[in-house]
Design a protein around this ligand. Structure first.
Ligand SMILES: [Cu+2]
Length: 623
């Protein structure tokens, strides 16, 4: 094989080679599907690893599913392990499309649609969702089951998610593509909604006339360099990866200080996303999406367009992903890399010397995923002062439902007799930080105001209280607004010029409480959402916070079961799992397409440098 960097994603040839080896060595036929073919990342510290792929596939005839490791270097199988009972490979985009094709020609489906006055099948969309095991009807348990919504668009180009056919839900065996059940409750008359957002379809839309061009010009090109997947910008360096499940992965993040690169993060990614709809009515009670574990943010990644998604001098990286037949598919321009002006970085006006002002720039690495009706736009931003901001913008089209007379209390009315159910988006960021090395300790950092007393006669004193988190149980932390709680990751073995340990602080943003019965089936599958932060000692096998196979799962073999061992995390190679997101109380303004809802958190140097590291930013690089 070619001389790839050990962390570079699999190439199209490597995906093909891995599939061919599995097919020839394990008798895998066309009746099988591949759920994933992914780089087996070398574990930390491994120097010259062999190139290996991890493959999950299953036999559609008997449902038998396996995880295999393939050596691409030696062109052979390394291992072949059956999935445990109750474990199901993730959903694949091919099944979504095949299911849609089968359902649109199924006589029972056509008859049900005719009964509702829908005769043109080209206007219908079958939107397949995964299940949690406990909600699968008893008689179908153990099979590869999915359920679907049925949507009807007003015209061939119209918004497919504008009109839900309420009460109509096929339940399908994805291996046989058999329609097992068709729920068909009488919906009453359908309301007339205006669910269009494309300019040609919005009635009486007049586009604003007072918007003049705004260009980003970089006559000498951008200030970053991208060689293969290695990205360098000013003092930052990192390596970009991508996989079917997490989408963008950022490896080996370092900042050059006094001529030497200093390590900050070994690996940054999103490891899970849990989206429970908080509406118990028949159209929604099963709606609990695991967009990463069930579907894959990488597989849902869409191509970016210059001038729309990103402005300026852009570099793009393509992504190569497997389909369910083991064939590679390329997403052009999957990752965008560019610089942005970000307002003022620092400033002071002095009577004698006048103003010293520096403008800030940030390096942005981003990708966009379209998960059926919804979009997630993910931005990792690296700033000149050492800050890292992780931002997510949620947009796209909300799930909406007509109601007969009175709206249910579980959503907001957004159009004629139509409501959008409340739901939550929990994102679990996996942050494998290595602050100047692997031995780090996480401290809860809280504001501690002191009581009024002899040393504090006016009640003004406030201190910072640092509490080391020594074991995994202590590492389970919640956001606390009253104490301004954040988390410092310190390397107690490395001191800065002031004699204090070097560190970075995780500044929580968009932390949301679960607001849900801890015994509800979705929590049993996703205990991660119950807390803001989890801390574990690094283990190469611990990557998926709600378990490796959340599709059709009943329980959670991720964070909750790892941390039950209560391992030491003091002065250890720690991994932080930060849970943030949106408690989406739907608004009329989110319809028919949602303006971005933006959430973020920060990683900020805290004593990592001895002083403001951006004193050396020149005054006028922008003109
Ligand atoms: Cu939402």
């Amino acid at each position: 094989m070619s001389a790839r960097h050990p962390l570079d994603p699999l190439t199209a040839d490597e995906i093909r080679a891995a599939a061919a080896i599995v097919k020839s060595e394990r008798g895998v036929t066309d009746r099988w599907r591949f759920a994933s073919i992914d780089l087996r990342e070398p574990s930390k510290g491994e120097r010259t690893p062999a190139r290996e792929a991890e493959v999950v596939c299953w036999n559609r005839d008997d449902g038998a599913a396996f995880k295999g490791v393939v050596s691409l270097t030696e062109e052979c199988m390394r291992s072949w392990t059956p999935l445990r009972p109750g474990e199901h490979p993730p959903m694949t985009p091919d099944e979504f499309h095949d299911c849609d094709e089968e359902l649109r020609k199924h006589p029972r489906m056509i008859e049900a649609l005719n009964g509702r006055g829908v005769t043109d099948m080209d206007l219908v969309l079958f939107d397949t969702w995964a299940y949690g095991a406990e909600l699968v009807p008893e008689r179908f348990r153990g099979r590869r089951i999915a359920w679907a919504d049925v949507w009807h668009r007003d015209s061939p180009e119209a918004n497919p998610y504008a009109n839900m056919l309420s009460g109509l839900h096929p339940v399908v065996d994805l291996n046989t593509m058999e329609l097992l059940e068709l729920e068909d409750a009488d919906p009453g008359s359908a309301p007339r909604v205006m669910g269009e957002y494309a300019p040609g379809l919005v009635p009486d839309l007049k586009l604003r006339q007072d918007v003049k061009p705004l260009g980003i010009i970089q006559p000498q090109g951008p200030s970053f360099t991208l060689e293969g997947n290695e990205l360098r910008w000013q003092k930052w360096s990192m390596r970009l990866g991508f996989n079917y499940r997490e989408g963008l992965v950022i490896h080996a993040v370092a900042y050059e200080d006094a001529g030497r690169p200093r390590r900050i993060a070994h690996r940054l990614s999103f490891a899970e996303m849990v989206v429970p709809y908080r509406d118990p009515t028949p159209d929604h009670y099963r709606r609990t999406a695991f967009d990463i574990g069930e579907w894959g943010l990488g597989l849902m990644t869409t191509s970016l367009e210059l001038g729309c998604d990103c402005l300026g001098e852009i570099a793009y990286l393509d992504a190569v992903l497997p389909d369910s037949h083991g064939e590679p598919r390329t997403v052009k321009n999957a990752i965008c890399i560019h610089e942005e002006d970000d307002g003022v970085l620092w400033k002071h006006v002095d009577d004698r010397t006048g103003a010293q002002t520096r403008r800030m720039r940030r390096l942005v690495v981003s990708f966009h995923a379209t998960v059926a009706n919804y979009e997630y736009l993910v931005y990792w931003r690296f700033h000149q002062d050492g800050n890292i901001q992780c931002e997510v913008r949620a947009t796209g089209i909300m799930v909406t439902t007509p109601f007969a007379d009175r709206p249910p209390p579980y959503g907001t009315v957004i159009d004629q007799r139509t409501y959008a159910p409340f739901h939550q988006h929990f994102i679990v960021a996996r942050l494998d930080l290595d602050i100047d090395g692997e031995r780090n300790t996480v401290y809860a950092a809280e504001a501690a105001p002191l009581p009024t007393g002899p040393d504090n006669p006016h009640g003004l004193a406030i201190t910072q209280q640092l509490t080391p988190l020594t074991t995994e149980r202590e590492g389970i932390q919640d956001y606390d607004w009253h104490r301004q709680r954040g988390w410092k990751v310190l390397n107690d073995g490395v001191a800065n010029g002031l004699g204090t340990p070097v560190g970075y602080k995780l500044e929580p943003g968009a932390a949301i409480p679960p607001l849900i019965d801890p015994d509800s089936p979705v929590v049993r599958r996703a205990h991660a959402i119950e807390h803001t932060l989890w801390v574990t000692p690094y283990n190469a096998d611990e990557r998926w916070p709600c378990g490796e196979f959340p599709n059709l799962s009943a329980g959670d073999s991720g964070l909750s079961s790892w941390t039950a061992r209560d391992r030491e995390i003091l002065n250890a190679d720690v991994v932080l799992w930060y849970v943030f997101g949106i408690n989406h109380v739907t608004r009329p303004e989110d319809w028919p397409v949602m303006p971005v809802d933006t959430v973020s958190f920060w990683l900020k140097p805290f004593g990592f440098f001895d002083r403001n590291p951006a004193l050396d930013v020149p005054a006028h690089p922008h003109v």
